[in-house]
Design a protein around this ligand. Structure first.
Ligand SMILES: [Zn+2]
Length: 291
């Protein structure tokens, strides 16, 4: 079905060429509405946030798989990329002021001259509710954790892991980072985490972080504790395929160098999340053939 739409206004701002969405969002943009639609702005000031529907007029390419600096090898509908079948952009913006047919907004990621197709009061009620419907949560209680792993939302994982652990510390942050990397490796291989189990030695803050993010728990017989003092985690399938992840002295030197003692605990934990995983841990791939 072919549908014809008409621009109702235009975006005005200082961004004249395509650039990263984050840079454009920091701008204040004006949405200049065609005066024939002026009446439609009545009481718009009651909306704190607006959804702006616009047309990516400079981008005529269509890609169903997106590879960009922000996303790698992802289907277009799971992204906000402009090279989509209908080239439609939708962004939630904050309304700053209204001056006749001009709306001043911030948070819009559309460049100067972008045709605006619609303006809607943003329905934020979903954000106030539980993030996942209970029926889904019942079938897949880890859905929020998996989503955070896949979207690399490590802060969120850290705060949730803190609910299990009782406090937020650099150790649990190391565990969260490690757990997220393990899950990413499993998902990249298109495998089921349920086929893996973990062997660990020292029960400490790091282990709680890994356990929370991966779901390798003793209750599911997915975590075997062995005697020993090393920070060493073996994540393998029944066939012995997987990874050996360990932290040695040179890894700890790297961590200590980046975490000054005087820095508050929470800040140190958040900083760990942005460290280089491969410098915190040594990872050895296990093929499962050698015993
Ligand atoms: Zn701790």
């Amino acid at each position: 079905m072919k549908i014809e739409v008409k621009a109702i206004g235009t975006v005005l701002n200082n961004i004249k060429a395509e650039t990263s969405p984050g840079v454009i969002k920091e701008q204040v943009s004006i949405i200049e509405l065609d005066p024939v639609y002026m009446q439609g702005l009545k009481d718009i000031k009651t909306c704190e946030y607006l959804d702006i529907v616009f047309y990516f007029h400079l981008n005529q390419e269509i890609h169903l798989i997106i590879n960009s600096p922000l996303v790698q090898d992802k289907g277009v509908f799971g992204t906000r990329a402009p090279s989509r079948p209908n080239h439609i952009g939708i962004t939630t913006v904050k309304l700053l002021s209204v001056d006749e047919n001009r709306l001043r907004v911030t948070g819009l990621d559309a460049i100067d001259g972008t045709p605006v197709l619609d303006i809607k009061c943003c329905d934020t009620s979903i954000f106030d509710k539980e993030s996942v419907h209970k029926s889904i949560q019942g079938e897949n209680p880890r859905i929020d954790i998996d989503r955070s792993i896949l979207s690399v939302n490590r802060d969120d994982l850290l705060y949730k892991a803190g609910q299990l652990h009782g406090h937020i510390c650099p150790g649990i942050a190391m565990g969260v980072l490690c757990g997220a990397e393990i899950m990413k490796m499993i998902y990249l291989n298109k495998e089921d985490p349920y086929d893996y189990s973990m062997t660990a030695e020292q029960p400490n803050c790091v282990l709680d972080g890994i356990m929370f993010v991966t779901g390798f728990t003793p209750g599911k017989r997915k975590l075997i504790l062995e005697s020993g003092e090393r920070m060493r985690y073996k994540i393998v399938t029944k066939e012995g395929k997987g990874w050996l992840i360990e932290s040695s002295d040179h890894n700890r030197e790297y961590i200590n160098r980046l975490l000054p003692d005087e820095m508050p605990k929470l800040e140190r934990a958040l900083r760990v999340l942005n460290m280089d995983f491969k410098k915190i841990f040594d990872v050895t791939e296990l093929s499962g053939t050698d015993k």
